[in-house]
Design a protein around this ligand. Structure first.
Ligand code: ADP
Length: 562
């Protein structure tokens, strides 16, 4: 449908603000927008479609904003979320903050009401000072106050989201600007540079590279920790070359799984505790020493160790403890520099043998825990998922829920980069279906969303989105009837325990309501059979996977914190 504001006469063509925003996004290579329409952005979504951009309409801005962040991580360009003013905008702030904290490039575009009225604290239809409200959640915020600033405003937002350390950017576009018109010859679409991502522009200095090699050569027990910054920078080839040339064992953070295959001999995830506690040199590549790595403290790290850190962000250096060599720059670029040096280190044979033994012992122990049982527990269910997924290595694996996340990380190996999406830096629950939607809109490969039943509930209505767009998503709900577990009895009041849900919710019926297939799996054999069918189906499928309510632990691996 054409924008009613678009007019033309013999001499000139006029574009509306809606047209211009859509054209600018298209010019920056945006092919998908996630959002939820209403006053004043409905026509903007249509203008996007008219310009060949897919609009994925969702049920809640929170879910849409999470999807946009995941798109940014996987595509290395800003994910766009579009929302209405005040209430819709506020719903999307959680996704904006989630993108910023995880270093995902994302732009939240919200329509807004009268700024003049908001400034006088007068109540307008969905009036709110959105620009200031977004500041704590975003890397930067911008407002476009007239149609002739649209191109520059979008350029600012896109470039900020993607440059340096990526993050979430808020772009405020008042309704009046969307409805203004401008003569097309006054638009400067050709006057704005392309967005240049970080690759090949940010390299580190040679002295630092030499110092890093010096430390690596002295180390007896070096260990690389790969973080999602390496996945984002698409450094898989450079990293594999570096690791294999120098025989350095590595661990990966959860969203970096698959940057180098988890099945690689040098991957020591299965001997994580031994690797961390004995390493005398830690080489962090695109990972922060935040709570997920115990802030670099002993334990789990050794009392003393040297630290090399590679990151694009200067202020990340020394953020938790002294960094001995800082390699500041784009990971792909700096690894290329390191690989081009003629230096290499001797293989730490003793260290590798020690880790390999521990790996074998731990893997044997895990095998024994994963045997078939009915009712299923997390170990058994994930073993089945692992084996079926291995038949299609391109599959995406989105997972959330405390125990679901923890067991899945240990049991399901990833062999390709950027295929595992999870609650990330904050442990944000409720992201799973959004991330699955993002993955299924950028790829034809199957997407598995393995959801704890509590995590699933955050955005259960997005099942309808998955069905409406016929996305190849397989939702597996680990149904144990509660948050963490499903067997808690309330000793404090007549009400159910705060962790409890109804047992036995027939989630498969919900899927059938939306016209897609739903199954209930109560045995390992049923789970295997339904999953095999679902992987072959190339359409949405839900498997309600019944898990023993007693399985798992409260707060998963973080029980000490709750
Ligand atoms: P994880 O959760 O996997 O440990 P983090 O999110 O803590 O990873 O860390 C990712 C790091 O990667 C951030 O410090 C970020 O600045 C960095 N980063 C992101 N993109 C690049 C890039 N292209 N080059 C170098 N570092 C990057």
């Amino acid at each position: 449908m054409l924008d009613s504001n678009k007019k033309s006469d013999a001499q000139s063509v006029f574009l509306s603000g809606n047209d211009l925003v859509a054209q600018c996004l298209k010019r920056y290579g945006i092919d998908i927008i996630y959002g939820l329409v209403g006053i004043p952005v409905t026509q903007l979504a249509r203008s996007a479609q008219e310009n060949g951009i897919r609009f994925i309409g969702m049920h809640n801005e929170q879910a849409a904003s999470m999807a946009a962040g995941a798109y940014g991580f996987m595509q290395k360009k800003p994910g766009i979320c579009l929302t209405v003013a005040a209430p819709g905008f506020i719903n999307a702030l959680s996704g904006l903050a989630n993108a910023t904290i995880n270093c995902f490039p994302m732009v939240l575009i919200s329509g807004s009401s009268s700024i003049e009225m908001a400034d006088l604290n007068q109540i307008d239809y969905q009036g709110f000072d959105q620009l200031n409200a977004a500041k704590p959640f975003a890397k930067a915020v911008y407002r476009i106050d007239s149609i002739d600033k649209i191109e520059i405003g979008i350029a600012r937002a896109m470039k900020t989201a993607i440059s340096g350390r990526p993050g979430g950017v808020y772009l405020d576009i008042p309704a009046k600007v969307l409805h203004q018109t401008i003569e097309s010859k006054l638009c400067r679409l050709d006057g704005i540079n392309e967005i240049t991502p970080n690759d090949n522009i940010i390299a580190t200095v040679e002295d630092k590279l030499l110092s890093a090699f010096e430390l690596l050569q002295k180390a007896k027990r070096p260990l690389i920790i790969i973080g999602k910054g390496a996945a984002y920078s698409r450094a898989e080839v450079e990293l594999l070359n570096f690791v294999t040339k120098n025989n350095i064992p590595f661990l990966n953070m959860s969203m970096a799984k698959g940057v180098i295959s988890d099945n690689h001999d040098l991957c020591v995830n299965a001997a994580r505790a031994m690797a961390l506690s004995n390493a005398d040199l830690i080489f962090l590549i695109g990972a922060r020493l935040n709570w997920l790595l115990a802030n670099g403290e002993h334990p789990p790290f050794a009392k003393e160790y040297k630290l090399i850190q590679m990151d694009i962000c200067v202020e990340e250096m020394d953020a938790y403890r002294k960094v001995d060599v800082d390699l500041i720059g784009d990971i792909k670029t700096v690894l290329t520099q390191l690989n081009n040096m003629n230096d290499s280190i001797p293989a730490p044979k003793e260290w590798l043998a020690q880790l390999s033994n521990q790996k074998n012992t731990n893997e044997e122990k895990l095998k024994a825990k994963m045997l078939d049982k009915t009712p299923m527990d997390f170990n058994c269910a994930f073993r089945i998922i692992r084996d079926e997924m291995a038949k299609i290595p391109d599959s995406y694996f989105c997972t959330e829920g405390a125990n679901t996340l923890d067991f899945g990380r240990v049991i399901v190996p990833m062999t390709k980069p950027r295929r595992r999406l999870d609650p990330g830096t904050w442990g944000t629950m409720g992201v799973g279906l959004s991330y699955a939607i993002a993955a299924a809109t950028i790829s034809n490969a199957p997407v598995l969303a393995v959801e704890g039943d509590a995590a699933f509930g955050f955005s259960a209505m997005e099942l309808e989105t998955i069905c409406r767009y016929n996305l190849r998503v397989i939702i597996i709900i680990f149904n144990n009837g509660g948050i963490y577990k499903g067997d808690a009895v309330n000793t404090y009041s007549q009400d159910p325990d705060p962790t409890r849900f109804e047992n036995n919710i027939p989630y498969e019926k919900l899927m059938e309501t939306f016209g897609a297939k739903g199954f209930k799996a109560t045995t390992p054999q049923e789970l295997q059979s339904y999953l095999a069918q679902a992987l072959a189906a190339k359409e949405p499928v839900l498997i309600n996977c019944m898990i023993d309510p007693k399985a798992g632990t409260e707060s998963g691996h973080l029980s000490k914190m709750n």
